[in-house]
Design a binder for this molecule. Structure first.
Ligand SMILES: C[S@@+](CC[C@H](N)C(=O)[O-])C[C@H]1O[C@@H](n2cnc3c(N)ncnc32)[C@H](O)[C@@H]1O
Length: 159
Protein backbone atom coordinates (compact mmCIF):
# COMPACT_ATOMS: atom_id res chain seq x y z
CA UNK A 1 0.00 0.00 0.00
CA UNK A 2 1.39 3.43 -0.88
CA UNK A 3 2.03 5.92 1.90
CA UNK A 4 -0.73 8.09 0.39
CA UNK A 5 -3.24 5.24 0.65
CA UNK A 6 -2.06 4.48 4.18
CA UNK A 7 -2.41 8.16 5.19
CA UNK A 8 -5.92 8.39 3.74
CA UNK A 9 -7.00 5.19 5.48
CA UNK A 10 -5.60 6.37 8.82
CA UNK A 11 -7.41 9.71 8.64
CA UNK A 12 -10.63 8.11 7.41
CA UNK A 13 -10.47 5.69 10.33
CA UNK A 14 -9.83 8.55 12.74
CA UNK A 15 -12.80 10.57 11.44
CA UNK A 16 -15.16 7.57 11.32
CA UNK A 17 -14.29 6.61 14.90
CA UNK A 18 -14.69 10.14 16.24
CA UNK A 19 -18.05 10.44 14.49
CA UNK A 20 -19.12 7.04 15.81
CA UNK A 21 -18.32 7.75 19.46
CA UNK A 22 -19.57 11.37 19.48
CA UNK A 23 -22.94 10.49 21.01
CA UNK A 24 -21.32 8.54 23.81
CA UNK A 25 -18.87 11.36 24.55
CA UNK A 26 -21.72 13.90 24.55
CA UNK A 27 -23.33 11.94 27.37
CA UNK A 28 -20.20 12.25 29.55
CA UNK A 29 -19.02 15.27 31.49
CA UNK A 30 -15.44 16.46 31.21
CA UNK A 31 -13.12 18.08 28.70
CA UNK A 32 -11.66 16.58 25.53
CA UNK A 33 -7.90 16.21 25.16
CA UNK A 34 -6.28 16.23 21.71
CA UNK A 35 -2.77 14.80 22.06
CA UNK A 36 -0.87 15.90 18.95
CA UNK A 37 -2.46 19.06 17.53
CA UNK A 38 -0.35 19.07 14.33
CA UNK A 39 -2.05 21.07 11.60
CA UNK A 40 -5.24 21.21 13.70
CA UNK A 41 -7.46 19.33 11.26
CA UNK A 42 -8.63 16.87 13.88
CA UNK A 43 -8.96 19.66 16.45
CA UNK A 44 -11.26 21.45 13.98
CA UNK A 45 -13.32 18.28 13.54
CA UNK A 46 -13.58 17.85 17.31
CA UNK A 47 -14.75 21.48 17.58
CA UNK A 48 -17.48 20.75 15.04
CA UNK A 49 -18.55 17.59 16.85
CA UNK A 50 -18.42 19.12 20.35
CA UNK A 51 -19.03 22.88 19.98
CA UNK A 52 -19.80 23.45 23.66
CA UNK A 53 -17.01 21.37 25.14
CA UNK A 54 -13.58 22.51 26.34
CA UNK A 55 -10.96 20.96 24.04
CA UNK A 56 -7.35 21.11 25.24
CA UNK A 57 -4.71 20.45 22.58
CA UNK A 58 -1.09 19.38 23.15
CA UNK A 59 1.97 19.53 20.93
CA UNK A 60 5.67 20.28 21.00
CA UNK A 61 5.09 23.44 18.99
CA UNK A 62 2.20 25.54 17.71
CA UNK A 63 2.10 24.68 14.01
CA UNK A 64 -1.65 24.54 13.40
CA UNK A 65 -3.32 26.36 10.52
CA UNK A 66 -4.33 29.78 11.91
CA UNK A 67 -8.12 29.37 12.20
CA UNK A 68 -7.57 25.92 13.76
CA UNK A 69 -5.29 27.21 16.51
CA UNK A 70 -6.74 26.68 20.00
CA UNK A 71 -7.03 29.72 22.22
CA UNK A 72 -4.06 30.24 24.55
CA UNK A 73 -5.61 28.59 27.61
CA UNK A 74 -6.39 25.44 25.68
CA UNK A 75 -3.03 24.93 23.98
CA UNK A 76 -0.31 23.17 25.97
CA UNK A 77 3.16 23.19 24.44
CA UNK A 78 5.98 20.82 25.31
CA UNK A 79 6.56 17.08 25.42
CA UNK A 80 3.20 15.36 25.95
CA UNK A 81 4.83 12.89 28.32
CA UNK A 82 5.50 15.82 30.68
CA UNK A 83 2.73 18.32 29.90
CA UNK A 84 -0.18 15.85 29.91
CA UNK A 85 1.02 14.44 33.23
CA UNK A 86 -0.33 17.64 34.81
CA UNK A 87 -3.80 16.71 33.45
CA UNK A 88 -3.94 13.28 35.08
CA UNK A 89 -7.13 13.24 37.15
CA UNK A 90 -8.91 15.90 35.06
CA UNK A 91 -11.74 13.47 34.24
CA UNK A 92 -11.74 13.84 30.46
CA UNK A 93 -14.67 12.49 28.46
CA UNK A 94 -12.42 11.79 25.45
CA UNK A 95 -8.68 11.63 24.87
CA UNK A 96 -7.50 11.32 21.27
CA UNK A 97 -3.86 10.65 20.43
CA UNK A 98 -2.54 10.86 16.87
CA UNK A 99 1.16 10.75 17.67
CA UNK A 100 2.37 7.59 15.96
CA UNK A 101 5.35 8.07 13.66
CA UNK A 102 5.41 4.88 11.62
CA UNK A 103 8.85 4.13 13.09
CA UNK A 104 8.59 1.07 15.31
CA UNK A 105 11.45 2.10 17.61
CA UNK A 106 10.08 5.62 18.20
CA UNK A 107 6.53 4.38 18.71
CA UNK A 108 7.80 1.78 21.18
CA UNK A 109 9.24 4.60 23.29
CA UNK A 110 5.95 6.53 23.11
CA UNK A 111 4.14 3.41 24.27
CA UNK A 112 6.23 3.28 27.44
CA UNK A 113 4.29 6.35 28.75
CA UNK A 114 1.20 6.93 26.57
CA UNK A 115 -1.03 4.22 28.15
CA UNK A 116 -0.47 5.70 31.64
CA UNK A 117 -1.33 9.19 30.37
CA UNK A 118 -4.43 8.08 28.44
CA UNK A 119 -5.83 6.08 31.35
CA UNK A 120 -4.90 8.79 33.83
CA UNK A 121 -6.59 11.74 32.12
CA UNK A 122 -9.92 9.96 31.48
CA UNK A 123 -12.99 9.88 33.67
CA UNK A 124 -14.44 6.50 34.48
CA UNK A 125 -16.35 5.57 31.31
CA UNK A 126 -14.29 8.04 29.25
CA UNK A 127 -13.18 7.10 25.76
CA UNK A 128 -9.60 6.82 24.45
CA UNK A 129 -9.05 6.95 20.69
CA UNK A 130 -5.54 6.30 19.42
CA UNK A 131 -3.53 5.60 16.32
CA UNK A 132 -1.24 3.43 18.44
CA UNK A 133 -2.52 0.40 20.37
CA UNK A 134 -2.83 1.13 24.08
CA UNK A 135 -2.27 -1.63 26.60
CA UNK A 136 -3.41 -0.63 30.09
CA UNK A 137 -5.37 -2.59 32.70
CA UNK A 138 -7.85 0.30 33.15
CA UNK A 139 -8.69 0.49 29.42
CA UNK A 140 -11.03 -1.99 27.73
CA UNK A 141 -10.93 -2.26 23.93
CA UNK A 142 -14.17 -1.29 22.16
CA UNK A 143 -15.39 -2.50 18.76
CA UNK A 144 -14.50 -0.42 15.73
CA UNK A 145 -17.02 0.99 13.27
CA UNK A 146 -17.49 -1.42 10.32
CA UNK A 147 -15.57 0.93 7.99
CA UNK A 148 -12.36 0.63 10.06
CA UNK A 149 -10.08 -2.34 9.50
CA UNK A 150 -8.87 -3.90 12.78
CA UNK A 151 -5.38 -2.69 13.69
CA UNK A 152 -5.68 0.60 11.82
CA UNK A 153 -6.95 2.71 14.74
CA UNK A 154 -8.02 1.87 18.29
CA UNK A 155 -10.84 2.72 20.76
CA UNK A 156 -10.95 1.98 24.49
CA UNK A 157 -13.21 2.76 27.43
CA UNK A 158 -11.79 3.63 30.84
CA UNK A 159 -13.07 1.29 33.55
C1 LIG B 1 0.38 13.24 13.02
S1 LIG B 1 0.49 14.81 13.75
C2 LIG B 1 -1.16 15.12 14.29
C3 LIG B 1 -2.03 15.56 13.17
C4 LIG B 1 -3.33 16.12 13.65
N1 LIG B 1 -4.28 15.02 13.98
C5 LIG B 1 -3.94 17.06 12.64
O1 LIG B 1 -5.15 17.08 12.49
O2 LIG B 1 -3.19 17.81 11.99
C6 LIG B 1 1.30 14.49 15.27
C7 LIG B 1 1.63 15.74 16.04
O3 LIG B 1 1.94 15.32 17.37
C8 LIG B 1 3.08 16.00 17.81
N2 LIG B 1 3.77 15.09 18.73
C9 LIG B 1 4.10 13.79 18.50
N3 LIG B 1 4.68 13.26 19.58
C10 LIG B 1 4.72 14.23 20.52
C11 LIG B 1 5.21 14.31 21.83
N4 LIG B 1 5.78 13.24 22.41
N5 LIG B 1 5.08 15.47 22.52
C12 LIG B 1 4.54 16.55 21.92
N6 LIG B 1 4.04 16.54 20.67
C13 LIG B 1 4.14 15.41 19.98
C14 LIG B 1 3.90 16.33 16.58
O4 LIG B 1 4.67 17.49 16.81
C15 LIG B 1 2.82 16.52 15.52
O5 LIG B 1 2.46 17.86 15.38
Amino acid sequence: MSRLDSFIRRLTAQRDILNAIAGEVEALDGPILELGLGNGRTFDHLRELFPDRRIVAFDRAANAYGPSMPEAGNLVLGEIKDTAADFVGIGAALAHADIGTGYEDKDAITLTWLPRIMAGVLASGGIAVSGLPIDHPQLDALPLPPSVKPGRYFIYRRK
